[in-house]
Design a protein around this ligand. Structure first.
Ligand code: SF4
Length: 299
């Protein structure tokens, strides 16, 4: 998969027609969603499914319609509102990003990729997703779904190779339609195809709008690289971190260590490790008198 994708492998017109007909009605795709609203959705959607994100996103848009509104909230407020979306460091980084947008960017999300990349918590994917979906820029937007569709339809492989930002961006850039407007729709369509049709476990090739798929044409060769690791949750430090955070979110202030100990009695060493990692990540604070609180609530 060292050569860039060629235009012959992916019929942009067929894909765009399908997207215009079949796209899901997602709230962040509404005409009145601002760049800030879209940025919030992109951060939330990175590791959390649409169905869990949508209600939280709606609440955030009402509560923090502009970056300065979120910047004025406390870290603890934002962590509470994040609830059970998981990977809560994303919420802290978004809060930090809101502060920078309010102070240095006139409360407006920038439209160019380099400026977006300089913001806290904004990586290669999010910067381009915002530039494309909020401002219609012609930039390659590459997430896991896009990598998978390109691997199959263009390169004839069951799964993409190891991620490489430079190679993956060049690969998708080569597929983008020339005009800005079509390129932006194409990027959204490519992601949508990977999310709903060309899925990881069970691609629905009978419903695929692409007239040619290199993987199907090659007889659907099996994946030859390392098997994909299935991320488990039960029993992991991540699960324990989630339980500890839930206690702190639901409390009205700092709590005793004993209240945290109760959530994971089976393995105190693991519990200590999880709590320590939350302190190191800045999600939890310890007060002078030894109590534990959400970030910003321990003074
Ligand atoms: S034909 Fe099947 S494998 Fe190929 S892009 Fe479409 S859904 Fe994916």
């Amino acid at each position: 998969m060292s050569t860039p994708a060629t235009r012959t492998g992916l019929d942009a017109s067929a894909l765009i027609r399908w997207y215009e007909r079949e796209q899901r009605d997602l709230p962040w795709r509404r005409d009145d969603a601002s760049a800030w609203h879209i940025l919030m959705s992109e951060i939330m959607l990175q590791q959390t499914p649409v169905a869990r994100v949508a209600p939280v996103w709606e609440e955030w848009v009402r509560r923090w319609p502009v970056p300065s509104a979120m910047a004025a909230a406390s870290q603890a407020d934002v962590l509470r509102a994040w609830g059970r979306l998981g990977y809560p460091r994303r919420a802290l980084r978004l809060h930090e990003c809101a502060g920078v947008l309010a102070e240095r960017h006139g409360d407006v999300v920038p439209d160019d990729v380099d400026t977006l990349l300089a913001l806290p918590g904004i990586g290669a994917y999010t910067a381009r997703a915002v530039a494309c979906f909020a401002y219609g820029k012609r930039v390659p937007v590459v997430d896991t779904n896009v990598r998978r569709v390109v691997a199959r339809a263009v390169h004839g492989a069951a799964e993409p190779g190891n991620p490489s930002t430079t190679r993956d961006l060049a690969d998708v850039e080569a597929l983008l339609p020339r005009t800005r407007a079509r390129a932006a729709v194409f990027s959204a369509a490519l992601m949508e195809l990977g999310a709903v049709v060309c899925t990881a476990r069970k691609p629905d090739c009978a419903s695929c709008p692409l007239p040619h798929c290199a993987w199907n044409a090659a007889g659907r060769p099996a994946h030859t690289g390392e098997p994909k690791r299935i991320q488990k949750f039960a029993g992991t430090d991540r699960q324990v971190r989630g339980k500890l955070m839930a206690v702190l979110r639901e409390s009205h202030g700092p709590v005793e260590r004993a209240a945290l100990d109760l959530v994971w009695l089976t393995d105190p060493t693991q519990r200590d490790r999880a709590l320590h990692s939350l302190l190191v990540d800045g999600l939890v604070e310890q007060t002078r008198d030894g109590l534990f609180a959400l970030a910003g609530e321990g003074e």
